[in-house]
Design a protein. Structure first.
Length: 416
């Protein structure tokens, strides 16, 4: 049983006994379940409420959706007075949090008591003032928190913008580096009567560390170069550029592939400060008049030589460690003769190491069988077929390594 007098006395501590008795006679006791809306924001209503038991949430709509909690009215506290005093629609909504009992006083009775009861009016003013102070304090705290959140959001936005700018700058720098790297790869091969060449490079990222080229050495000789720099970073691309420059500078000084590769090795040692960076190389000097190919293999995948007469390919092996990492390099030179119809395929490890979505490797065997089926075709078509087959095999799987191929076909030589 609600003690209405005790509830009213709690709400208006200075009210007289006569005023208290009069209010008790006109106050209606009502109990509502949790979630019941007592006041609706924006509507014109005519009731003043005092909480006797339970709890009432005062809320306000937020645009475009949602609401915010302004206050929780506890037993002995009142609400709904402002709209009655101002004769305006409700500025907020009131909803019971749980089963709640309230004292309801009509607008007419409320106004009569305000006009005839100074103590009640004073108590009302004090409570309204306290509520306004609490609301101001809450609003200031909310604004302060929002300012903190805005500052954090602004800082995060600036950092995100800076990251975007840095990323765009890096992307542009990588694009420039890729353009520079592409410019280092041959667009055309030097004329070599009786021979046709084809090559292609597809980096795994913007820039890569693979290199291929056919170097014009003199009227009778060209150099065949396939190189692969460890790692796939921009640093690797720079080492690739250095490697090509060193080969260009030294290849015309000697027709010995071993001497040239050793000079390149020493040059890389001088310019590279990264002990983990090295270069695998196949470099051969081809006499275009006789078909004699003298070569070295410094850790590079063994080229495949397909003879016109048919049969499995010969693997061009030779002893030698990669370039640019450890001093004391020793490279073995070997020689092979190319005849009419012979096909030489050199490639980087990105070809056999390409993996599909099932993490299966493309492998050398698949490459050998593919070229065997296409061995009678032009160097350009053989090169294109290798890339097409690798890409078909890889499917949607990510590229982990650069893919580079250089193909040479002997159409006819003049034996010495």
């Amino acid at each position: 049983m609600v003690d209405a007098a005790a509830v009213i006395r709690e709400a208006f501590k200075d009210i007289s006994s006569e005023e208290l008795d009069a209010l008790c006679q006109v106050a209606h006791v009502r109990t509502y379940p949790g979630g019941h809306v007592l006041i609706r924001e924006g509507e014109t209503e005519h009731v003043f409420y005092i909480v006797a038991d339970g709890q009432v949430a005062i809320t306000q709509k937020l645009a475009p959706v949602g609401e915010r909690l302004l206050a929780l009215r506890q037993p002995g506290e009142f609400f709904g007075e402002m709209a009655l005093i101002e004769s305006k629609p409700r500025s907020a909504s009131a909803r019971t949090v749980a089963d709640t009992t309230v004292l309801e006083i009509s607008e007419e009775t409320f106004n009569d008591f305000l006009r005839g009861s100074p103590n009640m009016a004073l108590g009302m003013i004090r409570r309204i003032t306290a509520n306004l102070r609490a609301a101001d304090k809450a609003a200031i705290a909310e604004l302060s928190q929002k300012n903190i959140e805005l500052e954090r959001a602004y800082r995060d936005l600036k950092e995100a913008q800076a990251e975007i700018v840095a990323k765009e700058r890096m992307e542009r720098e990588l694009e420039i580096a890729a353009e520079v790297q592409r410019s280092l790869l041959p667009e055309h091969f030097p004329p070599a009567p009786g021979y046709a060449f084809a090559g292609r490079n597809v980096p795994a990222r913007h820039v890569g560390g693979d290199l291929y080229d056919v170097l014009a050495l003199d009227a009778e000789h060209v150099g065949l170069l396939m190189a692969d720099v460890s790692d796939k970073s921009v640093h690797a691309a720079l080492i690739m550029a250095v490697t090509r420059t060193l080969f260009l500078a030294n290849a015309r000084r000697s027709l010995s592939p071993g001497e040239v590769a050793l000079a390149v090795h020493n040059g890389i040692l001088e310019v590279s400060s990264n002990d983990d960076m090295f270069v695998t190389v196949f470099y051969g000097v081809l006499n275009i008049a006789t078909g004699r190919l003298c070569y070295v293999r410094a850790g590079q995948d063994m080229p495949l030589l397909y003879r016109a007469a048919g049969g499995p390919p010969e693997e061009l092996n030779a002893e030698g460690r990669f370039l640019g990492m450890l001093p004391g390099l020793v490279l073995e030179e070997r020689t092979v003769e190319l005849g009419p119809g012979d096909l030489l395929v050199t490639y980087s490890d990105g070809v056999p190491d390409a993996v599909n979505e099932a993490m299966q490797a493309y492998g050398v065997e698949r490459l050998v069988n593919l070229v065997d089926r296409r061995r009678g075709e032009s160097a350009e078509r053989v090169c294109a077929a290798i890339f097409e087959d690798v890409f078909d095999f890889r499917g949607a799987a990510a590229a982990f390594d650069d893919i580079t191929v250089l193909v040479a076909r002997c159409d006819g030589v003049n034996p010495a």
